[in-house]
Design a protein around this ligand. Structure first.
Ligand code: G4P
Length: 521
């Protein structure tokens, strides 16, 4: 029987060290996916969230893929989609955000809004993903609550609408004022945050003397906020104009249950989605899904390839034969598994909002659509404007075959964009990246996974514009521009800088030279 409980599918976005892993574990703890948070892994074990979650899965037997953590809360199923910390600067993270309906922006109370948080936030804004802001580490000295609200408003341009307000300044976290009910939610520290932290709700008149002073300060600020148009408004939140705010300490499990409640109460559920032709697929129509992440090398024994897809409509049943929209070919999921945790038989079905992992998925690429019944093709996952370019060549010519294969694989996974031209030939593709860290990933994987050392040589380009076949033809031989074809067929005109791009555009006003969405700094 398909599980028809309502879904919430979200991601946590944050700058490294803001507490994403801690919060993830705390959420799973509160959702009773696990019974005890236990010792938080040491930083050294946490190179990547992938291995982190796998360790968690082993230790606690909870449902985790390397792409999503799934747990039950109240009468809902919650999917927390992982945004890998180590490739925060690559397109990978941006693509993952195409699979969620909302995001939680985690802010370190001591540090405020950090560069990576801002970048990821911009991607959410671009994709129209509503954002809930969680001010974390309130148990430690940090900025003032009102100061943080100013930062959110100024730096990200959203009106903060706090749903809870801290009682006690940063470093003296006694609890929160629930701005919707006016109650005091008093927190009690539990040893190392190892169990669900006890909370006690009390009416304002029940607030005890020990808390009276900090309580009245919180009430005063709460009233100020109300006068300042900072109350939650569901419509404005969904329209991406406001961000509800909460205060928490993930480490002590303070505020974590409230975050879960909030996700269920206000975060959007999976919704009907338009295909490229504009026709709308309703969530309860036949099965359809799109691939947002492809990963290989998960299992060192056999180089399997996993495609992670988000179910958009209908019910996925293991074994069903679906149509791969991009080739029109049938794709059998008979031998594919829905990989949720170790217990591969535990998920035989999946519904809208869920993430399925398909093995042996060599035909599937990031952005591909699968469906049953009426044909549908979802818009491609946007690729961002590359700003860093390298030519790549095989470091060891006797390993050229492996080199080719590796580049093809990394291209399909979307690790970098691969560009070619007749002029340059096939041997030395140009690799294009949004952030330079992507090249490090390429180098590492080519060396270790494909055993094909790679040599890079930097190209002096920094700006890419989308053009078309006519543009490619007309720009041949024009000074200061080179046109290369990306593997998805897009023609990219590359320039050393914006000035040069502008000049060529002015000199050739009839040609298509379109800016791509900026993902970089
Ligand atoms: P990340 O995944 O976003 O990179 O952050 P992570 O959870 O690893 O947290 C980074 C550090 O911040 C960790 O400390 C963690 O214990 C701490 N932390 C997370 N949430 C809170 C909080 O609410 N309050 C306080 N005081 N600290 C918090 P670490 O010393 O770097 O690592 P560890 O050795 O404790 O794991």
């Amino acid at each position: 029987m398909p599980d028809t409980r309502p879904r919430r599918t979200f991601a946590v976005i944050s700058h490294p060290d803001a507490g994403k892993s801690t919060l993830t574990e705390a959420l799973a703890l509160h959702a009773r996916a696990i019974t005890e948070a236990g010792a938080v892994h040491s930083k050294g074990d946490r190179r990547s969230t992938v291995s982190d979650w796998m360790a968690m899965e082993k230790a606690r037997g909870i449902s985790i893929t390397s792409a999503a953590l799934q747990f039950a809360y109240r009468d809902h199923v919650v999917n927390l989609v992982d945004t890998p910390g180590h490739s925060d600067f690559s397109e990978d993270t941006y693509r993952v955000l195409s699979a969620v309906d909302s995001a939680v922006m985690l802010v370190d109370a001591g540090k405020g809004l950090e560069p990576q948080t801002l970048k990821l936030f911009r991607v959410c804004a671009l994709r129209g993903i509503p954002v809930i802001t969680v001010i974390n580490k309130w148990d430690r000295p940090g900025l003032s609550a009102l100061g943080l609200m100013d930062l959110v408003e100024q730096k990200i341009g959203l009106r903060p609408t706090p749903l809870t307000w801290p009682v006690g300044e940063a470093g003296d976290f006694r609890g929160v004022l629930d701005r919707r009910t006016g109650e005091f939610v008093k927190y009690t520290r539990s040893a190392g945050g190892a169990t669900r932290a006890p909370e006690r709700r009390m009416a304002p008149e029940e607030v005890e003397e020990v808390d009276a002073e900090v309580w009245s300060a919180a009430v005063e600020e709460h009233e100020l906020l109300a006068l300042d148009d900072a109350d939650h408004d569901q419509e404005r939140f969904l329209a991406g104009r406001t961000t509800p705010v909460m205060f928490a300490s993930a480490l002590q499990n303070f505020g974590v249950a409230q975050l879960l409640d909030l996700l269920l109460d206000i975060a959007p559920a999976p919704h009907d989605t338009a295909g490229v032709d504009g026709s709308v697929r309703r969530v309860d129509d036949d099965f359809s899904a799109f691939v947002f992440k492809v990963q290989s090398g998960m299992n060192a024994q056999h180089r399997d390839r996993l495609a992670y897809a988000r179910v958009v409509s209908g019910t996925f049943e293991r074994g069903m034969v679906v149509t791969h929209a991009d080739t029109g070919r049938p794709f059998a999921t008979k031998f594919a598994q829905a990989v949720f945790g170790r217990d591969t038989t535990s998920v035989e079905t999946a519904g809208p909002g869920d993430i399925i992992g398909l093995v042996n998925a060599s035909a599937l690429r990031v952005g591909d659509t699968m469906y049953v019944g009426d044909a549908v093709k979802y818009p491609p996952v946007p690729s961002f404007a590359p700003e860093h370019f390298m030519t790549a060549s095989a470091g060891d010519i006797s390993r050229y075959k492996q080199f080719r294969k590796g580049i093809e694989q990394l291209d399909q996974e979307g690790v970098v964009q691969v560009l070619r031209s007749d002029l340059r030939g096939d041997q030395n593709p140009v690799l294009a990246a949004v952030g330079p860290m992507q090249f490090e990933v390429v180098e590492d994987r080519m060396t270790h996974e494909f055993n094909a050392p790679i040599r890079f040589s930097r190209l002096d380009y920094a700006v890419a514009r989308r053009t078309d076949a006519a543009g490619a033809e007309a720009l041949k031989g024009v000074r200061g521009v080179e046109v290369l074809a990306r593997s998805d067929g897009t023609q990219l005109a590359l320039f050393v800088d914006e000035w040069r791009a502008g000049k060529v555009a002015r000199d050739h006003p009839d040609l298509l030279l379109e800016a791509l969405p900026a993902g970089g700094a």
